[in-house]
Unconditional design. Structure first.
Length: 465
């Protein structure tokens, strides 16, 4: 059975359980900027990011810098491979599932679940190779941490897949229940480790992975009636996801070079303590994740629905509304982090990294760029232009390789922070240029058609006279 080609000329179905107001419909002649769905999405991401924040903070506060540096390195690998899964499974699912209905949606979800398992297996194999390379290089502690990071990868990826399905269905409340369970289990496990005096990187990774896997299985059980296991059409699905995801993967590789590679640069050039210092400066920025990632989880399917129903003009309006939602709170947060950097670092790490407060103030500036660019990046996906985010992140990678590595080698943590910020700014500028180009290209056929109609009307008027 061929896999249903969801969204090929079809309209997106209405979101389940949504009122007109919840969908951001006009009220008393004006559009409501923030709906209850946005608030729930932000709360959900607060649970996810808050748990990650507390986990990382506990290790940074209670453990030695070397132990914290190991956690930063392993988490960078987990996030990098989660990006691979998102490229081939998560991002296409968010765009294509809103265009499916009935049995098409059930078959599509079954196929993406199989695809997710395959990507996860490949990730586990890559982690094994990375651990072997670290062991061959004489770093047994890093090798052991990477090996146990496989457990964290499995749990993280499984929970993110379930969350992706729920958000694509515009069910942030169900996602919040899954993530609240994962957070409760993970924080409870960490409390037990602290009480037993066993708070070490390996144990933290195992506890986190197990907690998230349990929550993912509970969430998957709630979706079992919406997923079929027969007639999945894996071949057509894989080809379609590859056509979409190859651009996402290329963008991921560029993003990894532009940002996630900096801890590894520092580890190789200046030691694991330098990687820990950069991680200490970046962790306070994760306070923004409940807003940025939480709203992005809703913004992307909203943009897909808007584009399917209202075309380019509806997409443009939704992008502008999303930018207004993000800009004010992120600008305020950036100002607070910049002004309070010494106090924040002293409080979080018991004075270990307070000498890097100026770098935290500098890195906080990127939040303003993120607020403006995030909806644009999601619009590229909704409009089936995955190559555009790839171009933007590639520009950031070029900036990193052009001067970021040189800065990190010459100035250490300070150079890496400046290179990070310049890469974000470069990527954001290219994304903005591409977005304006996309809108111009979309408007050109409509403008030509309108001009043709005006010319025809003018000709008819002259003929009649």
């Amino acid at each position: 059975m061929a896999h249903p080609r969801c969204g090929d000329g079809a309209r997106a179905p209405a979101a389940e359980g949504l009122s007109a107001r919840g969908a951001g419909a006009p009220v008393h002649g004006r559009r409501v900027p923030i709906s209850g769905r946005h608030v729930v999405a932000a709360l959900d991401q607060a649970a996810v990011s808050g748990t990650s924040f507390l986990t990382t903070l506990l290790v940074g506060h209670l453990c030695a810098p070397e132990e914290f540096g190991l956690l930063v390195l392993v988490l960078s690998l987990v996030l990098a491979w989660e990006g691979v899964r998102f490229s081939f499974v998560g991002a296409p699912l968010t765009v294509f599932l809103p265009r499916c209905e009935g049995t098409q949606a059930a078959a599509y979800l079954g196929g993406t679940l199989v695809l997710h398992a395959g990507v996860l297996g490949a990730g586990a194999a890559c982690f094994g190779v990375a651990a072997a390379v670290a062991r061959a290089g004489g770093d047994a502690r890093l090798a052991a941490a990477i090996g146990l990071g496989t457990v964290a990868l499995a749990g993280w990826s499984a929970r993110e897949h379930v969350r992706g399905v729920l958000f694509a269905r515009l069910r942030p409340g169900a996602a919040l229940r899954v993530d609240a369970l994962a957070s409760g289990l993970q924080l409870g496990g960490l409390a037990a480790l602290i009480a037993l005096g066993r708070l070490q990187v390996g144990a933290v990774l195992v506890v986190a992975g197990a907690a998230q896997m349990v929550a993912a299985l509970v969430g998957l059980a709630g979706l079992r009636g919406e997923i079929v296991r027969r007639g999945l059409g894996l071949g057509p699905l894989l080809r379609r996801h590859w056509r979409f995801g190859r651009w996402m993967l290329a963008g991921l590789l560029a993003y990894t070079v532009a940002s996630q590679a900096y801890p590894w640069f520092l580890n190789g050039m200046h030691g694991v303590a330098a990687a820990a210092a950069l991680g200490a400066c970046l962790l306070p920025l994760s306070i923004s994740r409940p807003l940025v990632v939480g709203l992005a989880n809703v913004i992307t399917p909203e943009l897909s629905h808007a584009f399917a129903r209202g075309g380019w003009e509806s997409l443009r309006r939704t992008v502008r509304r999303s930018q207004r939602i993000l800009l004010a709170p992120l600008a305020a947060l950036a100002a607070g982090l910049a002004l309070g950097a010494p106090w924040i670092l002293d409080l979080m790490y018991d004075g270990k990294y307070v000498q890097y407060s100026l770098l935290l103030s500098l890195l906080a500036l990127q939040l303003v760029v993120v607020a403006w660019i995030t909806p644009i990046q999601q619009a590229f996906l909704a409009a089936d232009r995955p190559r555009y985010p790839c171009y933007a992140t590639s520009a950031g990678a070029v900036a990193t390789l052009g001067f970021g590595v040189v800065l990190a080698a010459r100035f250490g943590v300070a150079g890496a922070a400046v290179g990070w910020l310049l890469a974000v700014a470069t990527s954001g500028a290219v994304a903005l240029v591409l977005y304006r180009r996309m809108l111009r290209e979309a408007q050109a056929p409509a403008a030509a058609a309108a001009a043709h109609m005006r010319a025809a009307a003018c000709g008819a008027s002259i003929a009649a006279s």
